[in-house]
Design a protein around this ligand. Structure first.
Ligand code: NAP
Length: 274
């Protein structure tokens, strides 16, 4: 039996085991997937578990997507350019880091008919998720990204000809009534807080939150109430996970999965978590 895991901290609310084990069961794949709460000083131990065969592959989540890279033998060029790894694949004796978060967002935008090409997009946050999202929307031909972060210096590190960093405190000056806004901060994951003043939200905006636990963050709840188009991170989460499986098994597992059934299963799980 093959063994997989997601590592991170906090990890309690991760739906990755539920998703992967559902797919394994529904497709008759002899594998299991668990979640592991891992601190920074335990990363070397996880790497050794991969080398010795205790694990066949892992997903990496907050806060290890950057730190894990130093332990790997190879990093896929896209993941390198993003600067974050969310999965590790075993290739013979080598451990290879890759990134499927960007693909998750790209597929989510496509599926929901949101096309950022030639437009300005506001991205909140400048951590690992933001790097993947910026990569994805650049691939989609975005014209300008206004990157708002609490710590301006972190946003400034991502500045280039498309990315214009600013402090989150300056939101009022950059957010427009028809902005596409993508929240990649972790604000809202463990509280009812919003990274933005809700007074800046408008019915003509598109509001995307990469968070999916809770199912609706404060920003999405309010946006929905005033009639804005809202989207949580569940589709992105599912697409990145299916892409991880395709890379681990070298097959088109994603094509065999019944996406609506899987999504309903996860939505029910999220309801039970409330
Ligand atoms: P990260 O690297 O730790 O970055 C966290 C970001 O949130 C930083 O920009 C940080 O700002 C900001 N932040 C944290 N607390 C804040 C506060 N109180 N006020 C304002 N800003 C605050 O984390 P990450 O890996 O990017 O993950 C962020 C979120 O995305 C998590 O909730 C994660 O679960 C979610 N995610 C979802 C998916 C999906 O598939 N749906 C995929 C990846 C990530 P500073 O720079 O100022 O600290």
């Amino acid at each position: 039996m093959k063994k997989f895991a997601v590592i991170g901290n906090p990890i309690k609310h991760s739906l990755s085991p539920a998703l992967h084990n559902w797919v394994f069961k529904s497709l008759g794949i002899d594998a299991e997937y668990e979640k592991k709460r891992v601190f920074q000083n335990q990363l070397a131990g996880i790497i050794s578990d991969l080398h010795c065969g205790k694990l066949d592959g892992i997903n990496v989540t907050i806060p290890h997507k950057g730190n894990i890279m130093q332990y790997l033998d190879e990093i896929n060029p896209r993941a390198k350019s993003i600067g974050a790894v969310n999965l590790i694949i075993k290739n013979g004796n080598k451990l290879v880091g890759n990134n499927t978060d960007w693909f998750g967002l790209t597929m989510t935008l496509k599926k929901n008919g949101i096309d950022p090409s030639g437009k300005e997009v506001i991205v909140l946050g400048a951590g690992g998720a933001a790097r993947s999202i910026i990569f994805a929307i650049k691939q989609s031909g975005v014209k300008k990204i206004v990157l708002l972060n609490r710590t301006l210096q972190k946003a400034e590190k991502l500045q280039d000809e498309i990315v214009f960093p600013s402090s989150l405190e300056d939101s009022v000056m950059v957010i427009k009534n028809d902005s596409i806004i993508i929240n990649t901060t972790s604000v809202g994951m463990q509280s009812e807080q919003s990274p933005l003043d809700l007074g800046l939200l408008h019915e003509n905006q598109i509001l995307i939150d990469v968070i999916y636990t809770p199912f609706e963050t404060a920003i999405l709840k309010f946006g929905k109430k005033i009639g804005a188009k809202t989207l949580n991170g569940l589709d992105m989460f599912i697409y990145q996970a299916l892409a991880s499986m395709d890379l681990w098994f070298g097959e088109d597992i994603s094509m065999q999965v019944n996406f609506p059934h899987l999504k309903t299963y996860l939505e029910n799980k999220l309801c039970l978590q409330k």
